[in-house]
Ligand binder design. Structure first.
Ligand SMILES: Nc1ncnc2c1ncn2[C@@H]1O[C@H](COP(=O)(O)OP(=O)(O)OP(=O)(O)O)[C@@H](O)[C@H]1O
Length: 359
């Protein structure tokens, strides 16, 4: 599977541009702010029907314009496929595959598997647990649509339960039966989600460990640990034992929505005790594990987007990563960099076909 041609109109700072790509390595080089990341984001858009960087869809339309359009011509399993995603101000986003409109965008997710590695991934280390849950959910749901539906249904029940707790507090009342309606749904959905996450991490963590070992040349030890209240108590016990606390705080304090992933280096949180390069290596290992996991699940080799990946990494790690992605396990790769010479010398060493677009 690979992207043969990309056309972009009025997407972020890009007025109108088209590219014909190599099957293996494609690089965008140029100064800060020229739009290298925006091109990767346009490719990301065609896989996920949204931006990786700006979740407010309308803000991705070029300033002063009324619409954007991204068109990608792919070869998928020896067939030519054209995906078009467009957005006009005041209208709904449109997604077409070979000229036919999608009714549900969720049907498209996973059809063109893709993994992005970007400096914005740092949010996974520094932000709250919701960012890490979202990462886990994105990886799982690319191939497991039921899981995505369950997570969405569970989150809806939690907000309904929170609204009820607020209502109880505002009216100085309490109705255990009414609350139980939501508890029962949280238990059913929560258990399903927990089982999928547990199974996912059982497969994912060993892949992650292997990738980190390769990047760091086995120099340091790291851990990725699943944290869930459900590992020590059942959903029923959690809800029963937290009811008084929930009433006082007026929201649901326990459940699967409190799950987290703990990122550790030598048993300490990497957020506080990892160097910038170690944090970056950790995130790259995480994303490369995502790549391998999705590939296994989908039977397709995902497109890999490497945004500004060489900064903050020593030469040794850069060459480890490049040799890692330059084997048959990987398919099409897009790289952005500000240093044209650095990129050229790195990709030349791979001995693979490559193209460099100077912006
Ligand atoms: N909706 C928009 N309309 C016009 N310009 C936009 C829009 N959204 C973002 N931009 C511009 O896009 C530019 C950033 O582009 P991008 O992030 O792709 O740069 P880059 O080449 O990757 O830079 P760097 O090397 O610093 O990472 C900024 O100048 C920003 O103002």
């Amino acid at each position: 599977m690979y992207l043969k041609r990309l056309s972009i109109v009025n997407f972020k700072n890009i007025e109108s541009q088209s590219f014909d790509f190599q099957q293996k390595i494609n690089c965008f080089v140029g100064n800060n702010g020229v739009g290298k990341t925006n091109i990767l984001d346009a490719i990301y858009y065609l896989s996920f029907t949204k931006s990786y960087f700006n979740s407010v869809a309308i803000q991705n339309i070029r300033h002063g314009e009324s619409f954007f359009m991204i068109e990608g011509a792919y070869e998928i399993k020896d067939r030519n496929e054209v995906i078009i995603c467009s957005l006009k101000k005041g209208q709904k986003k449109v997604l077409k595959r070979n000229g036919k409109n999608y009714e549900k965008f969720s049907e498209h997710i996973g059809q063109i598997p893709l993994v992005i590695i970007s400096p914005a991934d740092r949010d996974l280390v520094i932000e709250g647990s919701d960012t890490r849950r979202k990462f886990m959910d994105t990886v799982i749901s690319q191939q497991n649509k039921q899981y995505l539906k369950d997570v969405m249904a569970y989150n809806k029940v939690v907000s309904q339960r929170n609204a009820l707790l607020k209502y109880f507090a505002a009216n100085r009342t309490f109705d255990a039966l009414n609350l139980e309606v939501y508890n029962a749904q949280m238990i059913e959905l929560g258990n399903k989600i927990f089982d999928v996450r547990k199974q996912f991490l059982k497969e994912f963590i060993p892949i992650f460990n292997e990738k980190y070992k390769l990047i760091s040349s086995d120099f340091e030890s790291v851990n990725l640990i699943y944290k869930s209240q459900l590992l020590s108590k059942s959903m029923r016990d959690l809800l029963d034992s937290s009811v008084e606390k929930d009433k006082i705080l007026q929201y649901s304090t326990t459940g699967i929505h409190k799950d987290d992933l703990s990122f550790e280096i030598g048993e300490y949180p990497i957020k506080k005790f990892g160097s910038q390069g170690q944090q970056k290596s950790y995130l790259i290992a995480l994303k490369l594990a995502q790549f391998e996991f999705i590939k296994k699940q989908s039977g397709l080799t995902p497109i890999l987007l490497l945004d500004d990946i060489f900064d903050k990494l020593d030469e040794n790690r850069v060459s480890q990563i490049v040799s890692l992605v330059n084997n048959d396990e990987f398919g099409q790769i897009f790289i952005t960099d500000t240093h044209s010479d650095r990129t050229e010398s790195i990709v030349r060493e791979t001995g693979t076909e490559y193209q460099i677009f100077k912006l």
